[in-house]
Design a protein around this ligand. Sequence first.
Ligand code: SF4
Length: 430
Amino acid sequence: MRKREKISVITLGCSKNTVDSERLLRQIQLNRMPITSDPNEADTVIINTCGFIEAAKEESINTILQAVELKNKGKLKKLIVAGCLSERYKETLEKEIPEVDVFFGTEKYQEIIDELGGKFKYELLGERLLTTPSHLAYLKISEGCDHPCSFCAIPLMRGKHKSIPMEQLINEAKLLADKGVKELIIIAQDTTDYGKDIYQKKNLAELLNKLSKIDGIEWIRLMYAYPSHFPDDVIDEIATNPKILNYVDIPLQHISDSVLKSMRRGVTSKQTYKLLEKLKSKIPDITLRTTFIVGYPNETEKDFQMLIDFIKEIEFDRIGTFTFSVEENTTSYILGDPISQKEKERRRRVLMEIQSEISYEKNRTFVGKTLKVLVESKESDYYVGRSYRDAPEVDGEVLFTSNKKIKFGNFYDVKIFDCDEYDLYGELII
Ligand code: SF4
C-alpha cells in the first residue's frame, strides 16, 4: 500500500466532527501511515465536511475546490470527502465535482481506512489522535438527534439519537486522562438525552459522576444541553460535584412562544424561565451560555423585542446569535425566507451589542476576585488561559502577566484587576 504516502485530514464544522477526525487519525496512525497537517505536503487529503447551514456548506465546498486545484496541479494523488455535507448531498457532489475520488458520509471510519488500503481496528475505535491542545479534549457521548426542530438539518445527516455505552466512554476518557487531558468537554446534539435509548432512562448525571472519578480529569464542562425536560439530577450533580464546572451551554434559539412553537422546540417561554431560575437558585455562580436564531420566518418585530427584553432580564454570560438559514428538507422550508438578510443582520447586531454591555458588567464583578485559570498560550507579554466561565473557541479568556515560568496546560490562580466585554485581565498569584 501506498503506506508511505502522506495523509492530511482537514476538519470543518463542529466539535463533533473534530472527534470523528481524531478517531480517523488514530486509525491512520495505527496503520503506520504518515500524517501531515499540511495538505500541500500530502499525497492523500481527506476533508471532513460540515453541511449544517449555508455558510458552513460554502466553506466545505471552497475547501474541496482548493484540494481539487492541488490535484489538478498533480500535487495530490487522492482526494476523499466525508462528513455531513457528503452525507447530505452525495449524489449531487459526485456529479458536480468528479475530481473527488470518493465521497463518504458521516462516521465511515472503516470504509475510509479500507479505501486507504489499511486495516480497520474496531477494538481501538475509542482511541483518538488529539487535534486539540493536549490538556483538553471533547467527549462525544452520543450521535444523532430525536428532536424535530423545524430549521435543523442535523438529523438528516446524523440520524436518530444514539448514546455511546457508558463503559466505552469511561474507557475513552481514561485513555485521554493518561495522555494528559485535564478538561473534558461533554458534547452531543443533545447531551441531556444521554442514555434514554440504551438504558431506558436519561442518565447523564451518572455519566458525569463516573467521569469525575477519573484521575487526572480536573474539569468537566457540559455543552449542548437541550432546555426541555432538563434532568434535575444533572443540576444537582453540577451543584455538588466540584469537578463538574458551574457552566452550562443551553441553546434556547428563541423565547417568543409563537416562534418556539413554529420552530417545534417542544418548550415554552414559561418553562424556559423556570429552568433558568432553577439553575440560578441551585448554582448561584453558574455561567450560562446560549445561542439564538434571529430572522426566523414568523419572527415579528414584537417577537424580536421579547428576545431583547429576555436577555436584558436573564443576563446570560455568553451568547451566540445566528441568522436563520433556509434548509431544504427541513420542516421550516415551506415557510420560505421572508425576512431580508439585511434585517436579519441588523437583529443579530442589535442583540450582540446589548449582550456586549451585559457581558462587560458581568466581567466587572470578577475584578478583585481570584480565578483558577487553565493556561494555554502566550501572546506578547500576556499568558492566555481560560477560567471555568470560558469554553474554548467560543467564550472569553483570562490574560495575565507573570515573571514566573508558566507551563501551558497547567492551572494557576490569577487575581483579576481589569476586564473588557469579553476578557479578564489579571496577575499571577505566587
Ligand atoms: S436539538 Fe434541534 S437544533 Fe439541535 S441538533 Fe437536534 S434538531 Fe438540530
